[in-house]
Design a protein around this ligand. Structure first.
Ligand SMILES: *[C@@H]1O[C@H](CO)[C@@H](O)[C@H](O)[C@H]1NC(C)=O
Ligand SMILES: *[C@@H]1O[C@H](CO)[C@@H](O)[C@H](O)[C@H]1NC(C)=O
Ligand SMILES: *[C@@H]1O[C@H](CO)[C@@H](O)[C@H](O)[C@H]1NC(C)=O
Ligand SMILES: *[C@@H]1O[C@H](CO)[C@@H](O)[C@H](O)[C@H]1NC(C)=O
Ligand SMILES: *[C@@H]1O[C@H](CO)[C@@H](O)[C@H](O)[C@H]1NC(C)=O
Ligand SMILES: *[C@@H]1O[C@H](CO)[C@@H](O)[C@H](O)[C@H]1NC(C)=O
Ligand SMILES: *[C@@H]1O[C@H](CO)[C@@H](O)[C@H](O)[C@H]1NC(C)=O
Ligand SMILES: *[C@@H]1O[C@H](CO)[C@@H](O)[C@H](O)[C@H]1NC(C)=O
Ligand SMILES: *[C@@H]1O[C@H](CO)[C@@H](O)[C@H](O)[C@H]1NC(C)=O
Ligand SMILES: *[C@@H]1O[C@H](CO)[C@@H](O)[C@H](O)[C@H]1NC(C)=O
Length: 377
């Protein structure tokens, strides 16, 4: 018993809420009425249930072709429309009527009636349709006397979808609001604070940021590798591949000072540089071993005589030169000893041309021990 009760209760709760009658409406445009059977009678709330329509004075009789239009106070999600005719006689006055409805900014769309009987026409809209204007028209055949001269409508009754739960809007409440805070309007999704959640834009906050932007007011710029667009909410790039000069989850954080380029993997050799191209224009000086050249820190070059690096380079090459010279001299001496007859003819020339070099050589080269060692090996 209890289980049945619970199941019954759940079924009752999950059923869609009953539609709600829309009361705030007025007649915007109409054709003229017959005597006091004026167009405003279609929404005066009085239905011609019984008796003679003449007596109730609750119907509108409009000379065909005619239309009567109900304009609402705002756009609603209309779910059901009832159109009632007179119930006493002249049912033909209710024949050949059609229904149009639409949003304020749209042309009207047709909707079909289901006829309950000759004085009761109904339309059920599933899903509910956005409507600001509802128009009932009565056509007339030009070549036939079968149509009544008047279209008589006693009441037009409109029902709307029940309000959505907070956070939802649209037909069937199937869409999510994206307001920064607070509620959104049940029909259009417009946020009451008119501020959208990060990553969303538009009046209804129903559109994602334009490609290449993300975040709060879509005011942040994506920095993805090869200009690919990023995630509209958090700026994350596909495969987390940032553009040169940018890093972190959202690729919105510039490289740490001193680094630049793809993956921030290049060293600019100054304290702070431009994160994309490595320009050190904002830094006063380059790190040791580098010097400013067109605002970039480049390794020192040999023309720069004042640098410590250059002096070291010169010292190293001098020593190297001396050693090479020593080896040449020793080789010559060895050859001269082993083959005196072979070198005899050119000895004088050689001695004169390289005399100074020999004299300038460091003691190493003339060291007898060094020479002896070489000979033995
Ligand atoms: C027409 O149908 C409606 C709804 O079913 C009902 O209330 C009404 O009594 C009917 N009218 C006539 C004249 O049959
Ligand atoms: C709304 O629900 C109706 C049935 O209840 C369904 O036919 C329709 O497709 C739904 N529409 C949307 C937009 O979800
Ligand atoms: C119904 O109205 C249309 C115009 O809306 C008209 O063309 C048609 O002839 C009418 N039919 C009858 C039977 O009056
Ligand atoms: C957003 O809402 C507006 C107004 O309701 C509508 O015109 C537009 O088509 C919607 N855009 C998207 C992407 O749903
Ligand atoms: C987003 O826009 C709102 C309203 O214009 C403003 O108050 C807010 O500071 C903006 N946020 C950012 C990050 O620009
Ligand atoms: C990325 O876009 C910027 C500006 O639109 C452009 O200057 C740049 O060349 C683009 N880079 C690539 C890799 O497409
Ligand atoms: C950004 O959002 C996407 C999609 O929701 C998610 O996959 C990703 O992990 C998020 N990144 C960060 C850094 O939160
Ligand atoms: C990007 O991520 C950093 C931390 O990684 C965070 O401080 C910053 O606020 C984020 N920027 C945006 C626009 O989300
Ligand atoms: C940057 O990092 C990614 C992933 O770690 C790697 O595939 C890519 O080759 C790197 N690019 C450079 C220029 O270092
Ligand atoms: C490096 O980038 C900065 C900032 O975009 C720019 O002002 C500068 O001209 C660039 N330098 C070079 C040499 O491209």
């Amino acid at each position: 018993m209890l289980a049945l009760f619970i199941v019954g209760y759940l079924l009752g709760v999950s059923k869609a809420a009953d539609p709600i009658q829309i009361l705030n409406s007025h007649i915007a445009v109409t054709s003229y009425g017959y005597q006091y059977w004026t167009a405003d009678k279609v929404n005066d709330g009085i239905v011609n249930i019984q008796g003679i329509a003449d007596n109730c004075g609750c119907c509108a009789a409009l000379l065909r072709p005619a239309w009567v239009q109900v304009t609402l106070d705002k756009t609603y999600l209309v779910e059901k429309i009832l159109v009632l005719g007179r119930t006493d006689q002249d049912f033909t006055q209710f024949d050949n009527i059609t229904l149009l409805l639409g949003r304020q900014d749209q042309s009207l769309q047709a909707a079909a009636f289901t006829w309950q009987n000759r004085s009761f026409a109904m339309t059920t809209l599933a899903p509910p349709r956005e409507a600001y204007v509802v128009r009932v028209s009565g056509g007339r055949s030009t070549d036939s006397m079968t149509t009544s001269t008047y279209m008589t409508i006693c009441e037009i009754i409109l029902y709307r979808q029940a309000d959505c739960l907070p956070g939802k809007y649209s037909a069937n409440c199937s869409r999510d609001c994206h307001c920064l805070s607070g509620l959104c309007e049940s029909v259009t999704g417009t946020c009451l604070t008119s501020l959208c959640k990060h990553g969303w834009r538009g009046l209804a906050c129903n559109e994602t940021c334009n490609s290449g932007t993300f975040g709060d007011n879509c005011s942040s710029i994506c920095h993805c590798y090869e200009n690919v667009t990023c995630h509209h909410i958090n700026g994350t790039c596909p495969n987390n591949q940032c553009a040169a000069g940018w890093t972190r989850d959202n690729c919105s954080v510039a490289c740490t000072p001193g680094f630049y380029g793809q993956n921030c993997s290049k060293d600019c050799h100054c304290d702070t540089c431009q994160n994309v191209n490595g320009s050190c224009v904002g830094s006063l000086r380059c790190h040791d071993g580098f010097r400013m050249e067109n605002s970039f820190c480049t390794p020192v070059s040999p023309e720069c005589h004042t640098d410590k690096y250059y002096i070291t380079l010169v010292a190293v090459s001098s020593v190297f030169g001396v050693v090479v010279a020593a080896v040449i001299v020793l080789s010559v001496l060895i050859i001269r000893r082993k083959h005196p007859q072979f070198v005899g003819e050119t000895r004088a020339n050689r001695e004169s041309s390289s005399h100074e070099t020999y004299d300038d050589l460091s003691p190493n080269s003339t060291n007898p021990n060094f020479y002896d060692d070489l000979q033995m090996s």
